[in-house]
Design a protein around this ligand. Structure first.
Ligand code: PEP
Ligand code: MN
Length: 375
């Protein structure tokens, strides 16, 4: 059971004290308080866990601090959608809103290499009105002798350049909990010129200790990649690990599944799951067409497979696109063969906008159908 308290209720108030006293003394029930900071207000959610079957929803709703109660299923308690659950989806971070109805594009370098390339990338983003990017500093590589990323050494100049070009959010993968501190320390020293979204890569989707460490902090939102060899349910539970530790500002990223059946693509594109994840959970959903497709192959219609895959995700309602670009893909230290070119960005953004608008129109068509059925 979940009790949602009145918005902005003061934790020192008598109503809150009385309510918590009642809930904490329910036999066999443990209580977990979760704060949600929305754009306008702060919500307090109280999760009641354990022997909750016999609890009466009306009794809980009668408590002075409670606005409403929801019976929740065991799966994805915090991030999931439950019956009669009208809770908001999404969050705002550093001035950028992420929810299940809007769209943000994170084009950038798979791996940070030299300052010149980062500068060129950020300049093109600024010229095209973009405020988000991806920049890999910590790279998990299959081969131990491959370039592992510049690590904390590159953070100061990457963040400075981001600030200079008006970038508000940098998606950056971390592979160890100590990287949170490195990022935080660097941003703090620079006076927070930009923000960071911590990315959990597909190889770490079930690294539960890493998930718990990231979940314990709420300074940075999280982009969790779907595990490439596990079920959707297992990956959604990984997202719930973050929320259960206190950080529910999570975006779920589809990035293709590892199987020979995906060939000629690097992975089997799984973007038909965009609406499924939105139905099962309240998380905004991201698609990563670069790691799904893995090449710059072009179809006879003149459109790259990466662009086609992007369109499929966005037209199905994706809320974020994470995509590799590089000024000189032949010089890239990681994943050059799948990178899009600087000059391709304007057309790519236009294509994405077209698909996002089409998704909105598709909703109208089906909503009209629903309305006429109700008449
Ligand atoms: C990446 O985004 O750079 C990356 C390594 O992706 P994934 O974890 O999906 O392989
Ligand atoms: Mn990559």
């Amino acid at each position: 059971m979940l009790a949602i308290l009145h918005p902005d209720i003061a934790l020192e108030s008598e109503a809150y004290r009385q309510t918590m006293h009642f809930l904490e003394n329910l036999p066999g029930v443990s209580v977990r308080v979760h704060q949600v900071q929305g754009a306008q207000q702060r919500l307090t959610e109280v999760y009641l866990l354990g022997e909750t079957k016999s609890l009466n929803k009306e009794d809980i709703e009668a408590l002075p601090a409670v606005e409403r109660a929801i019976r929740i299923s065991d799966d994805y308690r915090i991030l999931g959608r439950h019956k009669d659950d009208r809770r908001q989806s999404g969050f705002t971070y550093n001035g950028v809103t992420f929810d299940q109805s809007n769209l943000n594009i994170f084009a950038g370098l798979c791996a940070v290499d030299v300052p010149e390339h980062v500068e060129q990338m950020m300049q093109v983003l600024e010229d095209n009105g973009q405020v988000c990017t991806r920049m890999g500093a910590y790279k998990p590589r299959t081969n131990p002798y491959s370039f592992q990323g510049h690590g904390k050494g590159c953070l100061p100049w990457v963040f400075e350049k981001a600030g200079k070009h008006g970038i508000k959010v940098v998606a950056m993968e971390i592979t160890h909990e100590s990287h949170i501190e490195e990022i935080d320390h660097c941003l703090e020293q620079l006076g927070r010129p930009t923000g960071v979204m911590l990315q959990v890569g597909t190889r770490n989707t079930q690294n539960f200790e890493l998930l718990k460490a990231i979940g314990r902090q709420t300074t940075y939102p999280v982009l969790l990649k779907r595990g490439f060899g596990i079920t959707l349910n297992e990956s959604l539970n990984a997202a719930e690990y973050l929320a259960s530790e206190g950080n529910a500002n999570v975006i779920f990223c589809l990035r293709g599944m590892k199987t020979e059946a995906g060939q000629p693509h690097r992975n089997m594109v799984d973007f038909a799951h965009v609406p499924a994840v939105k139905r099962l959970t309240r998380m905004p959903v991201c698609v990563d067409p670069s790691h799904s497709v893995g090449s710059r192959e072009r179809a006879p219609d003149g459109i790259l497979d990466v662009m086609h895959a992007t369109a499929q995700g966005v037209i199905a309602g994706a809320n974020m696109v994470l995509v590799d670009f590089h000024p000189k893909p032949e010089k890239a230290l990681v994943d050059g063969p799948q990178a899009l070119l600087m000059k391709e960005l304007p057309a790519y953004l236009e294509d994405i906008q077209l698909c996002h608008d089409t998704w909105k129109k598709r909703q109208q068509i089906y909503n009209r159908l629903k309305e006429s059925a109700a008449e």
